[in-house]
Design a protein around this ligand. Structure first.
Ligand SMILES: Cc1ncc(COP(=O)(O)O)c(C=O)c1O
Length: 389
């Protein structure tokens, strides 16, 4: 029940059990990779290309940043937690002249102030973490996208802990680079980075004065070697193409099944399932007398950040709960590592099957550590939410 990597659905696990494939053979390239990339467009709610590359969420963020930002470019980074800070560090590496727009941990983003800062700076890009996994908060990506559009900036969105769990409308919100990883709500194995790229982002890459410094993760090279002309790329339709780096065949097989499961369930139903599971979890922990860390307007449906009771150490909760009750949750991160706990409701764990035992184990663990609540109160509250859903 940590906020990723999350449990894998059995059909996804089974997809990994296959002989090695040759990554450049048509049976893989056209038979598996292509349909997976195309189906991912529906998950991303985009008509743009979704690139699938070896790596993780950070690879996707770095590929995006490396490809569109040149040294000295102004970038406005919204920082509302550990993963906003990560984006700032990546921007630092690519030589951006970044400015951080700081948001107090767990608190709302002042959109008016952000808009004013964007007007003042006129940055080349604005970055946002849609779902800040470190604080259990979801930020208003649509509105930040509007601000970016108004000042002519690219909108770079980290959706690592959002995609396929909460609504991410890539095209409707004007997301130019939607960057994510495979191991959270997509419920695929860790090891793939995913990036969708808008027409505006391709234009910015084409206008670079110097090529990107990375060979493997220069997205423009992916476009030149890999994407057919009919989809905005440079490869003649039907002509052989080259994988910009060798694509991991097993992980793609698993991703193909993960995407099929997501689309069979339907995005609306999937988002609703995450919403119900997270609401039940929150109701449960509150009924135990615990508080959620963030402001209620920002509560995330994929990760809940809970204030640990006084005199109870979060690492002790995690260890006891794992060793005694067999359920793994996370501590907080960074500045709130020693005061908070985090529980994921992602992919298949967004269900009563996982949430109910977690609440039961949490109650017993806290009791073992000296924090007493009304026995079963958390379970009753959560059950009510599931029953009413
Ligand atoms: C919001 C967010 N961004 C970026 C990352 C980094 O992703 P990865 O660990 O896949 O490199 C994470 C990981 O938890 C995350 O939650």
């Amino acid at each position: 029940m940590i906020p990723g990597p999350t449990e894998l659905p059995p059909p996804v696990i089974q997809a990994l059990n296959r002989p090695a494939a040759i990554q450049y053979d048509d049976s893989f390239d056209l038979g598996m990779l292509e349909p997976t990339m195309l189906a991912l467009r529906d998950v991303f709610q985009t008509r743009n290309e979704v690139l699938l590359m070896p790596g993780s969420g950070r690879t996707a963020l770095e590929a995006g940043a490396t490809s569109v930002i040149e040294p000295g470019d102004r970038v406005l980074v919204v920082g509302a937690g550990q993963f906003g800070a990560l984006m700032r560090d990546i921007m630092n590496r690519v030589g951006a002249a970044w400015t951080e727009f700081n948001v107090e941990l767990g608190q709302p983003l002042d959109l008016k102030a952000l808009a004013a800062e964007a007007e003042r700076l006129r940055p080349k890009a604005i970055t946002l973490v849609h779902n800040e996994t470190s604080t259990g908060t979801t930020y208003p990506a649509a509105q930040v996208g509007e601000i970016a559009r108004r000042v002519g900036a690219l909108f770079m969105l980290d959706t690592v802990s959002a995609i396929a769990g909460i609504d991410v409308r890539t095209d409707e919100w004007g997301v130019d680079l939607n960057m994510t990883g495979s191991q959270k709500c997509l419920a695929a194995p860790l090891g793939l980075a995913l990036v969708s790229v808008s027409a505006r982002a391709w234009e910015v890459m084409e206008r670079r004065t110097q090529p990107a410094r990375s060979w493997s993760y220069d997205l423009l090279r992916w476009r030149e070697h890999w994407i057919p002309e009919s989809r905005g790329g440079k490869v003649k339709d039907g002509a052989p193409r080259r994988q910009p780096v060798s694509i991991p065949t097993h992980l793609t097989a698993a991703m193909q099944v993960a995407v099929r499961l997501i689309l069979e369930e339907g995005l609306r139903q999937r988002f609703r399932r995450h919403e119900v599971a997270a609401s039940a979890l929150r109701a449960g922990v509150q009924a135990m007398g615990l508080e959620l860390f963030p402001d209620a307007s920002l509560w995330s449906n994929t990760v809940s950040c809970i204030v640990a009771p006084k005199n109870v150490e979060p690492p002790a909760v995690v260890t006891r709960m794992r060793d005694q009750y067999g359920i793994l949750i996370g501590t907080g991160l960074d500045k709130i590592r020693t005061t908070t706990l985090r529980i994921g409701t992602m992919g298949i764990t967004a269900s009563p099957l996982y949430v109910m035992p977690t609440l039961s184990a949490l109650e017993l663990t806290l009791r073992d550590l000296g924090y007493k609540s009304e026995p079963g109160a958390g379970l009753t509250a959560a059950q009510r939410v599931f029953a009413d859903a």
